[in-house]
Ligand binder design. Structure first.
Ligand code: BGC
Length: 477
């Protein structure tokens, strides 16, 4: 307890003083650009791997003459790889640094993409998917963590949302590449494209500075000071360094995995895991992966019409609506976006359910209503649960366990994504389209209540201030 009082007391320990933000308000242009390049390339690779499979499957099926079960494995093992990769990524990011973790992720992407593109049979292809997925998981932990630690407090939401923007661009580009390369052997090139992005990520990481917060944590204050100066803190690097040290002094010497689950961090743990699960059980990836099927069931008869609806109504809209979050996440805050988004998502999912129930799943009106409702759903997700989940997960945990706690929340997010994408079609077969969408809508309603009651606003507070507030919360209770 005493240690946490120090955390809320500022760098010199005077109780009540506000902690200065370790990162300067304005980063030099070249520094900001290299941080953003790392985040954007890591996110784009994540998104590309999510999106590419829908177009590659047809070619894979023809090339190896395999059935549905093998195709399901080719699809879903990337998610499994990502789940384990995020746990490994937390360890690597905490022990070896944020930059090295991102470099390793780039290497895994490149190896995975090469194995996938050259695979002589399905087991090798699945191995490639697993390796690429592992890279996705490592990057999914290290990139937003790096973004949150390198961002000035007043722009942190925007920095981490650029990561989400990049994911959506990756998905959209994958849809376009899939369309452009459609053909018997096109699937190999579709996978190979992500190796190029992996190389660009590795180059961007080489030009970026390591997180000063991580350097202090691992006993390298001189390096941290040098990087603070590089980030624009020429005049007050010592004060900012002191702010990081003060927050770390308030922590245990060495954190273990069990510290992630320690009672004093229970509140941020619940918030991070809650958002990670909520983001997935409200249906986003069921729609991203199976939108062709949904549009087919809603009356879009030709494959060309289904693909066009998916590319533009889902892929492009997802990208554009993420700009709403970038514009407002630091101005309005995380909570208003989450609340508005969950309302929009819930209502649009309920409308899709209603359309399916009334028409029995066919006919023109269902198609139009489904199209409009899914566009509203994607917009609502893209400005709320998409970016806000990653932002909040990366800002609520104390420095001592940040890497590992982010890893746990990210792995849980991937686990939930795996379950939803794995069982979506099974649930549809069991209870029908209408009830499946209503189930997603019900999760939105429950999530809305939970967010309203249990998720605090973190806008414009430094990571150290947020950390100190958990100490205050546990002292009050
Ligand atoms: C989610 C992914 C999802 C993507 C869609 C991300 O925030 O974590 O699972 O596919 O958003 O844009």
């Amino acid at each position: 307890m005493a240690t946490q009082r120090t955390a809320s007391g500022g760098p010199s320990g005077d109780s009540g003083a506000k902690l200065p933000d370790p990162v300067p308000d304005r980063l030099p242009f070249a520094r900001a650009a290299s941080v953003i390049a790392v985040i954007v390339l890591a996110g784009a690779l994540f998104g590309y791997d999510q999106g590419v499979i829908s177009g590659a499957l047809v070619g894979v099926q023809k090339a190896f003459a395999v059935g549905a079960a093998a195709l399901e494995i080719v699809t879903s093992w990337v998610t499994l790889g990502a789940m384990f990769g995020s746990l490994g990524g937390g360890f690597v990011a905490d022990h070896f640094g944020r930059k090295r973790a991102l470099f390793a992720a780039a290497g895994l992407f490149i190896i995975g993409a090469a194995v996938e593109a050259l695979a002589p049979n399905v087991p090798v292809l699945v191995f490639g998917r697993l390796v690429a997925g592992f890279g996705v998981g490592v990057a999914a932990v290290a990139a937003p963590l790096y973004a949150a630690e390198l961002a000035p407090a007043a722009q942190r939401g925007r920095f981490v949302s650029s990561y989400q923007l990049a994911i959506t661009i990756g998905i959209f580009v994958a849809y376009l590449v899939d369309e452009a390369l459609a053909g018997p052997e096109g699937w190999r090139a579709m996978f190979a494209v992500s190796a190029v992005a992996g190389v660009l990520l590795a180059l961007a990481v080489l030009t970026a500075v390591e997180s000063p917060r991580w350097l202090v944590k691992t006993g390298r204050p001189d390096d941290a000071r040098r990087n603070l100066v590089a980030l624009g803190a020429e005049n007050d690097a010592d004060a900012r360094l002191a702010a990081i040290k003060a927050a770390l002094r308030a922590e245990h010497e060495t954190a273990s995995w069990s510290d992630v689950f320690a009672p004093r961090w229970r509140t941020p743990l619940k918030i991070g895991l809650g958002l990670a699960v909520l983001q997935q059980i409200t249906g986003i990836n069921a729609i991203i992966y199976y939108s062709d099927n949904i549009f087919a069931a809603a009356g879009f008869t030709t494959p060309a019409a289904q693909t066009a609806a998916t590319t533009w109504a889902i892929g492009a809209v997802n990208v554009l609506a993420t700009f709403i979050a970038i514009a407002f996440i630091d101005r309005l805050g995380r909570r208003p976006l989450l609340i508005a988004g969950l309302i929009g998502m819930g209502l649009s999912l309920a409308a899709v359910g209603l359309a399916f129930q009334q028409s029995g799943g066919a006919g023109g009106t269902t198609g139009v209503i489904t199209l409009i409702a899914l566009v509203v759903f994607i917009i609502s997700f893209a400005f709320s649960l998409g970016p806000v989940t990653w932002t909040v997960i990366n800002e609520i945990y104390p420095g001592e366990v940040r890497g590992r706690a982010v890893a746990v929340a990210t792995a849980v997010n991937w686990g939930a994504a795996f379950l939803v994408s794995e069982f979506f079609l099974t649930v549809v077969n069991a209870i029908g389209q209408a009830y499946t969408f209503w189930l997603f809508a019900a999760f939105c309603a429950l999530g809305l209540i939970w967010v309203y009651v249990g998720v605090p606003e973190t806008r414009r507070r430094s990571l150290e201030e947020i950390q100190a507030s958990w100490g205050e919360a546990s002292r009050r209770s």
